[in-house]
Write a protein that binds this ligand. Structure first.
Ligand code: NAG
Ligand code: NAG
Ligand code: NAG
Ligand code: NAG
Ligand code: NAG
Length: 627
């Protein structure tokens, strides 16, 4: 849809729709900004990939690993996150498929790095025998385990990684390289699909790593991975038992709809969240398929509920009391968007990647309408359309109806106006941090050069340019099960040795629950250090974190369910508890060594706790440095 014909149709239709016009005239500047920003975004992405990216060279980043940001403090994002890396590589694979063949070495590096990473034991567990380790959200940039206290497990990493690798595998197969996919890449994908099939119905932390429960974003990506995994397995002449639970995941996905919008998370425990969250927009764009009808239960961006949810999400941030940056906004224009209204991380600001995501969501909807050859407005989606085109009414508008073109035009302008927001708050040098401040002077804040900010820009541009996925992933004629079941499938986990993973074996584990009473202040963390590799062999930097999720005023409980591995022949655990103080103060480590006779270790993957302790911290309490 080009500008002239939109104007002509709008002019014939109504003067009321003139409120959509200013953004149309902004288009050339958005166009030219995108042109200058694109190479900078690519530089931003590739500079953060090890070992030789310009922001990581010589800093020990493993080949193929992408760091979240080069920022080492306030905040320290010099780690690799499975989710961020997978979303980044999905965009890289897409661009490779759209013709940028120079990206292939990066993709190959990613495959090998992930095969290895899957085998790294970590505080979420190990790959063998039950796949728990795959739920670990982040690792050191050299690919070693990260032991800090963190929101874990996170169950979106495995499905996102599977989808990125499946997209690449489908390309290789189309070039006659099935054999390679089967021996080398499929084993990596199969581990991730096993994890999804086994744990989709277990709670985990959301993509913002803050609340535990179930998350729309995670569920929607889990669904996609299982469907695409089943198709790939079939193409390769293999089976994917884990993929059989896809209909149950889809069934569960529907339950996030609350009649007005998608409740973003079902949260375990007390919380202050109203359920409005960008994760519902990001889920839809990551599951985009323009070749299925808009009422598909796969919940595409063009689904009436997705559009209503989009409006509800964006409108939440139109309130200038919440976001002064959006003072004086009008409903047909894009605005600055953050993660969720209750956000207080860095005071809760707009994020570039969410602004890009909003634009991409709208371009996706347009692409789908073009493919379907019609736009349907129902009572659920009508308010979304009325904001952009006050004469909108319910009905189905095909290629012979002017509304088909008018609506695409106003939605395109709306999408572009979100891009214009990113443009407005991006510094002249094109660098994009994680956030920009919601109050004047709206400066960038938090991690500089956030890889995901750049990747989301490139992903948005693909859709704006009409670059579409090569084929549909949603099953034809999709229907929902009559009732939602909780079926899960025990996964099969095997190190992907053909892709470079070490041939790890099942560790012999004793499961011990450490329970420690220790009063702490907000920001203080507790660890246990000792003579076991699980506890970091007395190295405090890799000590094992205790969790505070059951901490109350009545009982200041810190605990850990340890999958304890002991050195050959050693049966006595020697250990100490250690308080990690805030503001870079020294640790407070217990003086006296504790000992514990370790129960017989097991290799069967049983998670039944064999021994529980009841202890109290011996030593002084900590004190906040007040930084
Ligand atoms: C951001 O990345 C650019 C390269 O794209 C680099 O020149 C600049 O120093 C980086 N800034 C920070 C704060 O890391
Ligand atoms: C498990 O699935 C059931 C049925 O869809 C659902 O009610 C429940 O909330 C799910 N729990 C988790 C943690 O996903
Ligand atoms: C990995 O180790 C297992 C168990 O020791 C063995 O059965 C398997 O053949 C090994 N695989 C490779 C590729 O070496
Ligand atoms: C923490 O609380 C949960 C829910 O109340 C309970 O299931 C779990 O056993 C508790 N864990 C510990 C270590 O007390
Ligand atoms: C830890 O706190 C609980 C609850 O107050 C108490 O019952 C228990 O005896 C305490 N344990 C130790 C070792 O002090």
């Amino acid at each position: 849809m080009h500008v002239l014909s939109t104007l002509a149709v709008l002019g014939a239709a109504s003067v009321q729709s003139a409120q959509a016009l200013p953004s149309l005239f902004q288009q050339p500047s958005v166009d030219s900004w995108i042109k200058t920003q694109l190479p900078l975004a690519w530089k931003g992405i590739l500079c953060n990939i090890g070992p030789d990216g310009c922001n990581v060279k010589g800093q020990g980043v493993a080949p193929g690993l992408v760091i979240a940001s080069p920022s080492r403090s306030d905040p320290d994002y010099f780690y690799t996150w499975t989710r961020d890396a997978a979303l980044t590589f999905k965009t890289i694979v897409d661009d490779f498929i759209f013709g940028n063949k120079a990206l292939q070495p990066y993709i190959e590096g990613y495959i090998h790095s992930q095969a290895k990473l899957q085998t790294v034991s970590n505080p979420s567990g190990s790959l063998l025998p039950n796949g728990h380790g795959l739920g670990e959200p982040k690792y050191h940039a050299d690919g070693s385990r990260y032991n800090g206290n963190w929101g874990r497990p996170q169950r979106d990493g495995p499905p996102l990684r599977a989808v990125a690798l499946i997209t690449y595998s489908n390309y290789l197969i189309s070039k006659g390289q099935s054999a390679r996919v089967k021996t080398e890449i499929w084993p990596v994908i199969a581990n991730d699909l096993s994890y999804v099939g086994q744990y989709w119905n277990s709670s985990g932390f959301d993509l913002w790593e803050e609340v535990s429960g179930s998350s729309f974003f995670t569920t929607q990506n889990q669904y996609r991975s299982l469907v695409e995994g089943a198709t790939l397995a079939k193409t390769l002449g293999l089976s994917c038992p884990s993929c059989s639970v896809a209909p149950q995941v889809l069934c569960f996905l529907q339950s996030y709809w609350n009649g007005k919008f998608f409740t973003a998370n079902f949260i375990t425990g007390t919380h202050n969240r109203g359920g409005v969250d960008a994760n519902t927009i990001l889920g839809a764009i990551a599951s985009f398929d323009p070749y299925v009808p808009c009422d598909s239960p796969s919940l595409q961006p063009c689904h009436p509920r997705s559009l209503a949810n989009f409006k509800n999400f964006v409108d939440t941030f139109r309130d200038p009391a919440l976001y002064p940056i959006n003072q004086g906004n009008v409903k047909s224009q894009g605005i600055a968007l953050g993660r969720y209204p209750e956000d207080f991380y860095y005071n809760g600001n707009p994020w570039y990647l969410i602004v890009h995501g909003a634009a991409e969501f709208l371009y996706d909807a347009i692409a789908a309408w073009k493919q379907q050859g019609s736009i349907t407005i129902d009572s659920t989606s009508l308010p979304f359309f009325k904001d952009l085109y006050p004469l909108a009414r319910t009905g189905t508008f095909g290629r012979l109806h002017p509304a088909f073109y008018i609506l695409q035009g106003v939605v395109k302008s709306y999408a572009d106006s979100f891009v214009a927001v990113s443009q407005k708050y991006t510094p002249k040098d094109g660098t994009q941090a994680e956030q920009f401040v919601k109050t004047a002077p709206f400066a960038p804040i938090s991690a500089a050069n956030l890889t995901w900010s750049y990747a989301s820009f490139v992903g948005m541009k693909h859709r704006r340019d009409g670059h579409l996925p090569p084929k549909s992933w949603v099953p034809k004629g999709l229907t929902l099960p009559k009732t939602c079941e909780r079926t899960t499938v025990q996964g099969v986990y095997v190190p992907a040795t053909a892709a470079g993973a070490p041939n790890v074996t099942i560790p012999c584990i004793s499961t011990i629950r450490l329970q420690l009473n220790a009063s702490t202040y907000y920001g203080e963390n507790l660890y246990v250090t000792g003579n076991s590799p699980t506890l970091g062999n007395w190295d405090l930097d890799v000590a094992y974190p205790l969790m505070s999720s059951n901490y109350t005023a009545e009982r200041p409980l810190w605990y850990a369910d340890l999958p304890l591995e002991m050195p050959e022949g050693v049966t006595t655990l020697k250990y100490k508890y250690a308080r990690q103080q805030d503001c870079g103060q020294d640790w407070i480590v217990e003086e006296e060594e504790r000992t514990l006779e370790v129960p017989q270790c097991r290799k069967d993957g049983s998670e039944v706790v064999q021994l529980e302790t009841d202890e109290a911290f011996r030593g002084p309490g900590g004190k906040s440095g007040g930084c």
